[in-house]
Design a protein around this ligand. Sequence first.
Ligand SMILES: Cc1cc2nc3c(=O)[nH]c(=O)nc-3n(C[C@H](O)[C@H](O)[C@H](O)COP(=O)(O)OP(=O)(O)OC[C@H]3O[C@@H](n4cnc5c(N)ncnc54)[C@H](O)[C@@H]3O)c2cc1C
Length: 230
Amino acid sequence: MSGKNILIVYAHQEPKSMNGSLKNIAVDVLSKMGCCVTVSDLYAMKFNAAATRNDITGDLCNPQHFSYGIETMEALKKGYLCEDILQEQKKINEADLIIFQFPIYWFSFPAIMKGWIDRCFVQGFAFDIPGCYDTGLLKGKRALLSFTTGGTEDMFSKEGKSGDIRYLLWPIQHGIMHFCGFQVLAPQISYAPEYVSEQRRKEMLNNWAQRLENIWDEDPIDCTPPWYFQ
Ligand SMILES: Cc1cc2nc3c(=O)[nH]c(=O)nc-3n(C[C@H](O)[C@H](O)[C@H](O)COP(=O)(O)OP(=O)(O)OC[C@H]3O[C@@H](n4cnc5c(N)ncnc54)[C@H](O)[C@@H]3O)c2cc1C
């Protein structure tokens, strides 16, 4: 792992939260292993989640009918993308592994993290047509979702009220990460930290630390529909 670059994209407002602790442990463990760790702390950065025409600093191709996808793709080629996107894209380019650390909001990312994806994963940078899934432009990099839930593990089982957690991972791991070419590592799920004992929370943090020590030996998941739906 020594010499590897890790980007942690972190979305929690409270440094003392469980997500804050999971992020801190990752920084500590990976740094001790000799990795270069960068954190994009989205709330602290006040990261702008809205994909708007302000993301293009030069002339628009078609100001009469604004298309965010087309305009950002062209802006990328001409060097017209705004500075905060360029800074995040530089971090993505340098990363061997990106860890997304977040609490689950409405069966998905918090909006600020979705906005980071909407704005940074520009066509021509993260994917192209052709140039998606196994040939996605971020091929060779790894992605890992580390998240907390409000619901318990039972609730997120196949028979549980919320359904199998893998159903919810499909749009994120497959529709975003695999689409852009990432190899996806198994998710790190810390269930219901608000409702378990202090002892259990410490175990979750230790499990995460131990897993990270061998993270580079892990094989990616089989990113095909059966992993999610069988
Ligand atoms: C808008 C919104 C939508 C949501 N949608 C969903 C949903 O669809 N599905 C769902 O399941 N949940 C949902 N939730 C719930 C949310 O996912 C959980 O509240 C969140 O995951 C809990 O994580 P946290 O980091 O915020 O916990 P926190 O409340 O910050 O932490 C839990 C506990 O861990 C303690 N702790 C922190 N660090 C340590 C440490 N080092 N050692 C020991 N203890 C520690 C804290 O003190 C606290 O007591 C939603 C919440 C919101 C606000």
